[in-house]
Write a protein that binds this ligand. Structure first.
Ligand code: DON
Length: 304
């Protein structure tokens, strides 16, 4: 029997006062206002036991973590047709890298880099009646929590400075891999990324992926085969040019966001969320990565 509360306490105590905490993202100005000292962890086992430490009840911008949720919904809409427009290979490049897209004729390497996520956004804009409203409703369903919201300030802030995403969307459009109006797709994408959650809500949302597609109430939101595939994509692509490092150090499928959140899961076992806003050079939470490495080392449970 693993003593999860003691392990989480140990990790929290050893990292909470860390001096090197990385750099809070400021290319989205609103994110730059967040206090870099924040640090929280929340663990949810598939049997429903949960433990939280530190700032685990405080909301933050989930940013790229939302790409997994958008992908899930897009797959519900178009199924395997999606893979004609986006590949499933790790890119080994930063999340906002553009050259590869030109070389690969507008087919993004995977749905978790920005270019791939923009194609996924385009699919959602095509299939939802009211894209922003309907996507939020879907996320609330997955999380089984009606209080989850967009952070309008973060969305507006990214809209004003999202030059690289605008470049990616226009490049995709030039290759006919964006069907809708570029501005409409970008607007939806910025809202999608601005969703706010705390660690506890994040664990509950990703419980579905840890539990073969079934939510905490027993409702099936994702087909088991789809959960398997999405977990595989998280493992190979969830951390961009640091996906190898994350697999090596932590050994779990997971997803990061520039808001400093990381969610990771062990299929059939648990889901764990960490938030610390300071990022490393690859754009992933510095303490978040360390905390998760300590967690899989101390518990001895990873997928490897
Ligand atoms: O598109 C962007 O740049 C942000 N909205 C999301 C990037 C992100 O979270 C990358 N993850 N570590």
């Amino acid at each position: 029997m693993i003593d999860y509360p003691t392990i989480l306490d140990e990790i929290y105590l050893s990292l909470k006062s860390a001096v090197h905490r990385g750099t809070v993202a400021s290319y989205i100005p609103e994110l730059g206002k967040v206090n870099g000292k924040k640090f929280g962890i929340h663990l949810l086992t598939v049997s429903g036991d949960e433990y939280g430490v530190g700032d685990y009840k405080e909301s933050f911008s989930i940013q790229s973590i939302s790409k997994v949720l958008a992908l899930t919904k897009a797959l519900n809409f178009v199924g395997t047709e999606l893979w004609k427009r986006v590949d499933v290979e790790p890119s080994g490049d930063p999340f906002n890298f553009l050259s590869l897209l030109e070389m690969e004729r507008g087919i993004p390497r995977n749905p978790l880099i920005n270019a791939g996520a923009l194609v996924v956004s385009d699919i959602l804009v095509s299939h939802f009646t009211n894209p922003k409203q309907d996507f939020l409703a879907f996320v609330r369903e997955l999380a089984e929590d009606d209080t989850i919201c967009y952070d309008e300030e973060v969305a507006k802030s990214e809209k004003q400075t999202g030059y690289r995403n605008a470049a990616a969307a226009n490049l995709l459009k030039s290759f006919n891999n964006i069907y809708n109006d570029v501005d409409e797709v970008l607007d939806f994408y910025f809202y999608q990324c601005s969703i706010s959650m705390n660690c506890k809500q994040l664990s509950r949302t990703f419980y579905n992926y840890a539990n073969g597609g079934k939510g905490m109430s027993g409702k099936v939101f994702i087909a088991p085969s789809q959960a398997k595939r999405i977990n595989a994509i998280m493992l190979t692509c969830g951390f961009y040019d640091e996906a190898g490092e994350f697999a090596f150090e932590v050994g779990l499928p997971g997803k990061s966001g520039v808001g400093g959140g990381i969610v990771a899961l062990h299929p059939g076992n648990y889901c764990i969320s960490v938030w610390s806003p300071g990022l490393n050079k690859k754009g992933n939470s510095l303490l978040g990565m360390q905390a998760l490495e300590m967690f899989t080392t101390k518990t001895g449970i990873s997928i490897f």
